[in-house]
Structure formats: C-alpha cells, structure tokens
Design a protein around this ligand. Structure first.
Ligand SMILES: [Zn+2]
Length: 390
C-alpha cells in the first residue's frame, strides 16, 4: 500500500472536521430498506426504496431527481430439470428462450472453454458445462453450434442463484449449484428433461440522482439499490447504498459535496441498466468526470479486507491505513462502474466479496461498522482527488 504523506495529514484533519458517520442512522436506513422486501426493479418495493432515499437526501440538503428508463426483462415462471426422473433445483438463466427439451446428458470436459467444445458431438443432447472462464452466452452458442438442444451451467454458487446471459441465448439454459451439479458430471448419457418457463415483461426503472450544485460534477459516487427476486438484498446492495447515503449526509456541509453527484442505480441486477442509461443520457456529465466510485456488497467481511479494484491512478489515493482498514483487490467487472469505465472514466470499485447469502433469501444482514469504514475510505479518496476551496 502506497501512503501519501500529504494525503494522510489532510485526510485526518478533514476527518476530524467532518461529522462522524452514525452507526445508528445507518442501522435505521438498513431497517427501512429491508422492510420493503426484495427491491426488484419495477416493483412497489423498489419504488418505496427510491422514495425513501430521495427523502433522506433532500433532508440532508440535496436536490434530487429521478431518472426514469424502461427495458424488457425475462421472468422465471417455474423452470425444471429432471434426470432419470429425479427433479433437480435448476433455475432459468435470464436471456434463455422458453421451451421443453428431452435428451441425453453430454458433459463438456474441462472448464468448458471454447477448446473443450472442439470435436464434441452434441446433436440432440443437453450439454452440461462448468460456468466460468468464458461468458455463459458463449458456451450456449458453442453448444448450439454442435447441435445441443439445451445447456446446464454448473456454478460455484449454491443452487437458486440467479444469472443472466446478458443477451439472447439460442438454446434454453439453466444453472445448477455445485452440490447438486457435481452429480451430473458422472451421469453422461442419462436421460434428462429440461423445461425453461420464462416470460418477458416491460420494466420501468428509476435512478435516484442527487447533487448540492447542479454544475457538472467532478466525481460521481454510486451504488445500486435494486435486488433480485426472493432476496432482501441487505449486503447486495443495501450495504453500498447506506454507506453512500451516510457519506452524502456527512459531506453535505463540506465544499467537497459541491463537486460530487450521488447516484443510486436501479436495474443493476437485470444487466446494469441504470448505470448504462445514466452514461447514455448524460454524456456531458460523464465527459467531465475525474472519477466514478462504486460501492457494491461492502457490509459482510468475506475476505478480511475491503476489496478495491479499478484504475491504478485512483487506487493509490485510497489510504486504508489512515482509517485502520485492511484493503485488498477486487475484480474488474460485474457492477455499475463498468459502463463508466467503458466510457473512459477512471473508476474505483469497492467490494468485500460474494458472501454465502449472495442472491438468496438469507441476505438479511450488513454490518454498519463495515459500512462506516468503507465510507471513510471513499471520503479519503474524495479529499485527495478534489482540490479544496476555502
Ligand atoms: Zn450487487
């Protein structure tokens, strides 16, 4: 960890001036968001969450606007996988066509990379491949090219975890978790029935955008507030939202807040819709950004450290030692900073890792102390990044 001597002194001085982060207030925010139930984009729960966030931001002195957008989403109406008559807990992958397919299982060897498909005869088969290495959509296309009628992707996550192809798959696809999926690897040739029942629906999403000064911001701090069906989304991602909200409150009386916009994104879980629309609809704002800081899943200590990924020139501004935080790395993709990075904006991604409750009904807790620590690190980055005015 590189430590900037001038940054430490400045950071500590400002930290002393700023209001402390309130653990009680963050706990109350978490309770309020979780009380809505799963905040699936386009549902009343998501709408209520957006209203709550807007109200809290206004109360803290911010101007707030909703940015509305629409997109189409597939909904799972009951997907099934039966192998030799035994039902397995498969889940349809968003972007899969609906349909019922019967055929023998054929296992794609290795990690299921492009080379592993070479020479395979999948005609009439239901392909079984491990997820990862290359996108699931590419595996579905490779399987379809070799004649497969459907694909089962085996994931490291527990069964029931929801995934998206991020595009339209040519054949029906389902996922199965490690525990149930391992058994399939030894069942090549077994008769299987796979049925994906999926419907398409129009979703109206809303980003919550807040600022103290309407002039173009230098930095955007964001977190997605939507969650997946069936999951209360405490760590994913009420945690990031509450950390950003508390940071916004704390900075409201500081000149720093005049150079920052705070954005709560909707539709992240369905494919980064909110952040993609923000980037599309605000080209002038995006052009002027020196940084986009994104917080996702920062309320459960999975790795014993706060993961920070993104642009190296911003990464060195994160002085974790100054706030007694242990920091590590984070993956480059998977959340709302991606569309900004693709538009050329330097980004940082704050992420503590996938916890065992990820996208499950048991995602019900986030630790306010971890949120406060994350918000402190983010505040330090803002202080080092933005020139101070008296
Ligand atoms: Zn998330």
């Amino acid at each position: 960890m590189k430590r900037l001597a001038w940054g430490v002194g400045l950071g500590l001085a400002l930290l002393a001036l700023a209001q402390p982060f309130s653990l009680e207030r963050m706990q109350a925010d978490l309770r309020a968001l979780l009380a809505q139930g799963p905040r699936v984009a386009g549902t009343p729960a998501a709408a209520a969450a957006a209203e709550y966030l807007a109200e809290e931001l206004r109360r803290a002195g911010y101007s707030v606007e909703f940015q509305s957008f629409t997109y189409s989403r597939t909904r799972d109406l009951g997907t099934g996988l039966w192998v030799e008559g035994e039902a397995l807990p498969a889940v349809g992958v968003a972007g899969s066509p609906a349909g019922r397919v019967e055929g023998p299982l054929v296992v794609v060897p290795g990690a299921g990379l492009a080379a592993d498909f070479a020479g395979l005869d999948l005609r009439g088969a239901i392909a079984v491949a491990r997820r990862g290495g290359i996108p699931g959509l590419e595996k579905a296309r490779l399987a379809a090219e070799r004649g497969a009628r459907a694909i089962v992707l085996l994931t490291e996550e527990p069964s029931g975890t929801r995934f998206t192809f991020g595009g339209q798959s040519p054949i029906p696809g389902v996922t199965l978790g490690r525990r149930e999926g391992e058994g399939l690897l030894g069942q090549a040739g077994a008769r299987a029935v796979l049925e994906v029942r999926i419907a398409s629906e129009e979703v109206r999403g809303r980003n919550v955008v807040a600022w103290r000064s309407p002039s173009a911001p230098r930095v955007l701090v964001g977190a997605h507030y939507d969650s997946v069906p069936g999951s209360p989304g405490a760590n994913d991602n009420a945690s990031g939202v509450v950390a950003v909200l508390e940071l916004a409150r704390t900075l409201a009386s500081s000149p720093l807040s005049e150079a920052v916009w705070f954005v709560f994104f909707d539709g992240e879980e369905d494919g980064l819709w909110g952040s993609r629309r923000f980037v599309e609809d605000h080209p002038e704002v995006v052009r002027g950004l020196r940084a986009m800081l994104n917080l996702d899943m920062v309320g459960v200590d999975v790795n014993g450290s706060l993961g920070i990924g993104g642009s190296p020139e911003l990464r060195v501004l994160a002085d974790c030692g100054a706030v007694q935080a242990v920091c590590g790395g984070a993956p480059g993709g998977g959340s709302d900073h991606v569309p900004f990075a693709q538009a050329g904006v330097p980004v940082l991604f704050f992420f503590r890792g996938l916890d065992p409750n990820y996208h499950r009904p048991t995602d019900t807790t986030a630790d306010p102390r971890l949120l406060a620590q994350t918000a402190q690190v983010v505040q330090g980055v803002l202080e080092r990044l933005l020139p101070l005015r008296p």
